[in-house]
Design a protein around this ligand. Structure first.
Ligand code: GLU
Length: 515
């Protein structure tokens, strides 16, 4: 195989959908696996769909995901420029070359005339007739008009486009790495516009010229581009480039969780799940992103890798290196992949649990600081060690861990106070607090040993004591070992909270009795 060169070629028409990230990922993995080159090319020739800020969003998202291209608008290689609008001048000659060789033609139809044709020729069987072998004779183009008329119109500066001439009666075959042999009948195609009136190329023209000159070996892209591929094959053929035409690999669709239909941004917004890597905010739209929802980029990448590919084993956790080793285009599935946010959360939790304490502390710090606390590095790391298994996304860290950083203001289990708190034990509870406060070695084991000893010696039961220590110290009856929590919070703070908690329980019990 000649040297692998692949490209991810997004159009800056809005935020980069998660399906686009998956396309970038598969390109990246394939390039890394084969020692090839992974290129980012910005396809911005459709100025009507251009969205301000989208290119920046694409670049930032790829950085966050760790999918850094070898060649791109930010890292020029030998095949630049890497933004199609900066290559504008390169395409016209190939469109003209196709006209000269009889594979394309000039068309002068105005948008109104095109609309009229579609209106006049539409039938119930064919509601949107194509500009093709059957209709082009009725339109204003260099095939239907005389040479003189064409020349005259050109001289007068009448606006024209260049269209590909697709003759009927041919079968266009190509091989797809995922789908195998694919063929289209040429009658199914239309005479696609290659060059627009402003001399900008369309996607088809620019894509083929660029893939050729950038020496792309494999086109790995979403399934929605499969119907364009026969047109592309014809372009390679007519330009005389068929022998170096890239291999095609069309990735399966990403479907909604129920498998019914594509995972769209509207759907994501409706059910509140992220379908973009990062938040996207424009004058008209706001969409949530994986990053801001508390996902780690490596977890999202691992999750995305499995949306359409599997390694053929039971293993699910693959770091970047593992993915590169295991990835294989041949193992990409044909059928659509269901997007399951619960699975994404599961992956995230696995990565949180694997993350080293220093990095995890760094990741959760912004959430703690947003609440007005600035814990020391050492303290935050201790909390992370204890809480690691208790949150699936980073955004859940604060809710589950706030008692490490601030006083308890509410108790989440009123029932246990009503049923089990015994004001008559107050004296003993007070002694317990003093015992705990006096401990010279404030480790979880030592606290546990002394608390249990105290319970036994004072003929109390665990149920009368432990839930209340927990509630007083953390405000909740859920969570990791209370002795571990106490050891982190420290003896003075624990003593203060026990004192306040016991007082509060008396009051709560009293008020519940009266209500
Ligand atoms: N610009 C196209 C897109 O937005 C690229 C399709 C392709 O990879 O050929 O997805």
């Amino acid at each position: 195989m000649s040297k692998v060169r692949v490209r991810f070629a997004p159009s800056p028409t809005g935020p980069l959908h998660i399906g686009g990230v998956r396309t970038a990922l598969y390109n990246y993995l394939f390039a890394r696996k084969t020692g090839g080159t992974y290129i980012l090319r910005i396809e911005d020739t459709d100025r009507t769909r251009y969205v301000e800020g989208a290119e920046k969003y694409i670049l930032e998202s790829l950085k966050w995901c760790g999918l850094n291209p070898d060649e791109s608008v930010e890292k020029e290689g030998d095949y630049g420029p890497y933004r199609q609008s900066d290559r504008k001048g390169m395409y016209v000659q190939y469109a003209e070359q196709l006209v000269e060789s009889g594979h394309a033609y000039y068309a002068f139809d105005t948008p109104e005339e095109l609309d009229k044709m579609r209106e006049d020729l539409k039938t119930p069987e064919d509601p949107s007739p194509k500009y093709n072998y059957a209709t082009r004779g009725k339109m204003k183009n260099s095939l239907s008009l005389s040479k003189e008329t064409v020349q005259k119109m050109m001289n007068e500066g009448v606006a024209y486009v260049i269209r590909l001439l697709v003759e009927p009666g041919q079968e266009i075959h190509f091989n797809d790495i995922v789908r195998g042999a694919v063929s289209f009948k040429s009658e199914e195609l239309d005479d696609k516009v290659l060059l627009k009136t402003d001399k900008m190329p369309t996607y088809h023209m620019a894509n083929i010229v660029d893939d050729h000159f950038m020496e792309i070996s494999h086109v790995i892209r979403g399934e929605e581009w499969l119907p364009s591929t026969p047109t592309h094959v014809l372009l390679y053929r007519f330009l005389g480039w068929e022998d170096t035409m890239p291999a095609f690999c069309h990735l399966p669709l990403i479907l909604k969780p129920d498998g019914k239909g594509k995972l769209s941004k509207r759907y994501g917004a409706k059910v509140g799940i992220p379908v973009f890597p990062m938040n996207w905010e424009s004058d008209t739209d706001f969409f949530i992103g994986f990053k801001e929802q508390g996902f780690l980029p490596e977890a999202m990448i691992n999750f995305l890798a499995f949306l359409g590919w599997n390694p053929g084993t039971e293993q699910e956790i693959f770091n970047n290196e593992d993915l590169i080793q295991a990835f294989d285009l041949e193992r990409i599935n044909k059928s659509g992949a269901r997007f399951d946010i619960q699975k994404a959360r599961w992956f995230n939790q696995q990565y949180i649990m694997q993350t080293n304490d220093a990095r995890l502390a760094e990741l959760v710090r912004p959430y703690v600081e947003a609440e007005g606390h600035k814990p020391s590095e050492e303290y935050l790391q201790k909390v992370c060690v204890l809480m690691k298994e208790r949150f699936e996304v980073l955004t859940e860290f604060w809710g589950n861990s706030k008692y490490f950083f601030e006083d308890v203001s509410e108790y989440d289990n009123q029932k246990v106070i009503r049923k089990k708190w015994k004001p008559e034990n107050r004296e003993k509870m007070h002694d317990l607090k003093s015992t705990v406060n006096r401990l010279r070695i404030f480790t979880a084991e030592n606290i546990e040993e002394h608390v249990k000893k105290f319970i036994e010696e004072n003929e109390l039961s665990f149920g009368e004591v432990l839930p209340f220590i927990r509630l007083a110290v953390s405000g909740t009856t859920k969570g990791p070992s209370i002795f571990e929590i106490m050891s982190i919070i420290g003896e003075d703070e624990v003593a203060k909270r026990l004192e306040k908690g016991f007082e509060d329980f008396d009051k709560i019990k009293e008020s519940l009795k009266n209500s």
